[in-house]
Design a protein around this ligand. Structure first.
Ligand code: FE2
Length: 274
């Protein structure tokens, strides 16, 4: 099968969110507003506690899911639906905001490296107002396939018959690929799905050369191939079926119309997010 071609390469934008967490916004920025069904991708990564210690105190969401993948560091999640979870190294927190949730995401550690990703996955129109839900996925629940070329950690979706634990409302594939030096991997991706690969360590060739900090957006047909030369590389690879529905964004809410966004602010102000 053909290899997918890169249609766009971006590096994201340094910004600050929450109570002053320094991060790089890769999707959800002027360079790439969204890649249906993905609304946002942030990479947080620093060994300076000043960059993350303030965390993300209580704030609301409605209409989508947040998927947080910790590479290093320890954070704690609490929400208005009564869920609590500790995010350790290699773990995933998958929060479905649905009709509305208020949560906090705060670092437990006070020093050392905190590195990870937060991805926002849109909910289809028919499911935006479902009850909030939470999947606390520990590192040891996520399968890591060891192959000659390196490892593939399947967070959600399927690779080579292995299914990841993260359950989504529309079909997606989320994986963390570590490639050894002088290695190659080809990942099948369902035709018509949007896909991106973010290189968070090393260099790879994927048709074009990509380096740490770059996100490649692919066309929608064919497999995705990565090759390394003399160094190892790590790639956060994500793909999903586009929703092809109107998107209205307003801060922490993502709905289909402007009116629904205004209603979300009103409901939140009236204390209707429980
Ligand atoms: Fe949040």
């Amino acid at each position: 099968m053909n290899q997918r071609k890169i249609v766009k390469t971006i590096t994201g934008m340094k910004t600050s969110d929450g109570a002053g967490v320094n991060l790089t916004r890769i999707i959800g920025s002027p360079e790439l507003n969204m890649l249906d069904p993905f609304l946002l991708l942030d990479e947080f990564g620093s060994d300076n506690p000043d960059d993350y210690i303030a965390g993300f105190p209580y704030h609301p969401h409605r209409g989508f899911e947040t998927i947080t993948y910790m590479l290093n560091g320890k954070w704690q999640h609490k929400d208005s639906a009564g869920n609590k979870g500790k995010l350790g190294e290699g773990s995933v927190q998958w929060m479905t905001a649905g009709r509305g949730i208020v949560h906090s995401e705060m670092p437990i550690q006070t020093g050392g490296l905190a590195h990870g990703f937060q991805l926002w996955l849109n909910l289809p129109k028919a499911k935006k107002m479902i009850e909030p839900a939470y999947q606390d996925i520990h590192a040891d629940q996520i399968p890591i396939l060891k192959e000659v070329f390196g490892t593939v950690k399947v967070i959600s979706g399927e690779y080579n018959g292995t299914i990841g634990p993260g359950k989504s409302h529309t079909p997606v594939m989320i994986m963390d690929i570590r490639l050894s030096p002088e290695s190659e991997i080809t990942i099948p991706v369902v035709g018509g799905w949007n896909a991106f690969g973010f290189i968070y360590e090393g260099y790879v060739k994927s048709g074009e050369s990509l380096t740490k900090g770059q996100l490649a957006v692919y066309n929608t047909e064919g497999n995705i191939n990565f090759k390394t030369n003399g160094t190892q590389a790590s790639i956060y690879l994500v793909a999903g079926e586009p929703l092809n529905e109107p998107v209205a964004r307003g801060g922490p809410f993502v709905m289909n119309t402007r009116g629904e966004i205004l209603k979300a602010f009103e409901d939140y102000q009236n204390g209707n997010f429980t």
